[in-house]
Structure formats: structure tokens, C-alpha cells
Design a protein around this ligand. Structure first.
Ligand SMILES: [Zn+2]
Length: 184
């Protein structure tokens, strides 16, 4: 990454934000040579590595077709781990996968509410909101019979990802109380 002002290659990231739809990251950078600041946008480009060794861009249609092919024939229980829905307050991906699978029963693994992630600051209220939404997703689909919440322990401050229900020192976060409500 060159500085647009002086072409220096030594630049420092001072802030990163993930766009609402999760497919791009805006980074605020500072140049080590001239100290000027500028913004870069990284667009996510998912690539699928094929068995032949060739690569092709990821498309949802192809992914769904692939899942369908892999699950030919009746299956009674399928595990689904689509952790990207809950924290964006949507269920389109989960719905599409469940439909494509055609299983009688779904066991859903969810990341639960994100407490902290790259571009997301630590926020218990947002985590609680996403955790509530996770139960909404599970209740909205009759095929979902089990819900696995990930994860129990919070990560250390330096970690990139943290969806723990309790802090590393054992004190509960707001999302913990929400999960407790649903556990009998
Ligand atoms: Zn510069």
C-alpha cells in the first residue's frame, strides 16, 4: 500500500470498519513518512478452489447447487453452521441452506452475538441484540430442533474474535442472561 501523497510504502492502519453488509472493510491509514492520513476500501472477493486446482469466484447459486448435489437422497438430520446471519439481523442465508438441504431436522450452530470482532468494538448491547435475534431465527424455522450457541468463554483483549457469553474472569455478559432464559 503506497501513500497517495508521497508514495511511501510504510503505512499504518489506525482504524478499521466492516461495512454493513460485511463484504468490505474501510481502513484509515497514516503514512510513516509524511504523516498524512488516507482511507482505503478492501472489497471482499471470495474464491472457490476447485478439486482440479483451478479457482473461480464464489457465487451463492453455485454454493447452493453444490450443497444440493452433496446431499442427494433423504437425510433426517443436518447440521447447519451459518454464523454470518445473526449478527447482521437477517436469516436469508440460513433459510436458503435449510431449503437446499431438504432435511427433516436441522441442528443449528450459531456464533451467537458478537461481543467484539475486527471492525466491531466490544459492545454488550449489540451482542445482546444479536443473541435475541439468534433465538428468533431458531424459532422462526420449525425444522430447527437444536441450537448450539458459540461460545461460552470470552477471549482475551488481544483476540480478534469474541462471542463469549461470559467475560474471561467469569462474570456474565448481558447475552448470558438472555441464553439462560431459554435454557430449561
Ligand atoms: Zn506519505
Amino acid at each position: 500500500m503506497h501513500c497517495p501523497y508521497c508514495r511511501e510504502t510504510d503505512t499504518r492502519v489506525i482504524d478499521s470498519r466492516v461495512a454493513e453488509d460485511g463484504t468490505s472493510i474501510r481502513r484509515r491509514r497514516s503514512c510513516a513518512a509524511c504523516q498524512k492520513r488516507f482511507t482505503t476500501v478492501e472489497q471482499m472477493q471470495l474464491t472457490v478452489l476447485k478439486r482440479s486446482g483451478a479457482t473461480e469466484p464464489f457465487t451463492r447459486e453455485k454454493a447452493v447447487t453444490g450443497v444440493r448435489k452433496a446431499y442427494k437422497g433423504p437425510r433426517s438430520v443436518c447440521g447447519v453452521h451459518n454464523y454470518s446471519d445473526t449478527n447482521r439481523f437477517r436469516q436469508t442465508g440460513t433459510k436458503a441452506i435449510i431449503k437446499a438441504l431438504g432435511c427433516k431436522q436441522i441442528w443449528l450452530t450459531e456464533a451467537g452475538g458478537l461481543y467484539k470482532f475486527v471492525g466491531y468494538k466490544a459492545d454488550q448491547k449489540r451482542q445482546l441484540k444479536a443473541t435475541k435475534y439468534m433465538f428468533k431465527v431458531a424459532k422462526a424455522n420449525k425444522k430447527i430442533k437444536r441450537l448450539y450457541v458459540y461460545s461460552w468463554f470470552g477471549a482475551p483483549r488481544s483476540a480478534r474474535f469474541d462471542s463469549g457469553l461470559i467475560n474471561p474472569n467469569g462474570t456474565p455478559r448481558k447475552a448470558y442472561a438472555e441464553v439462560r432464559k431459554h435454557v430449561k
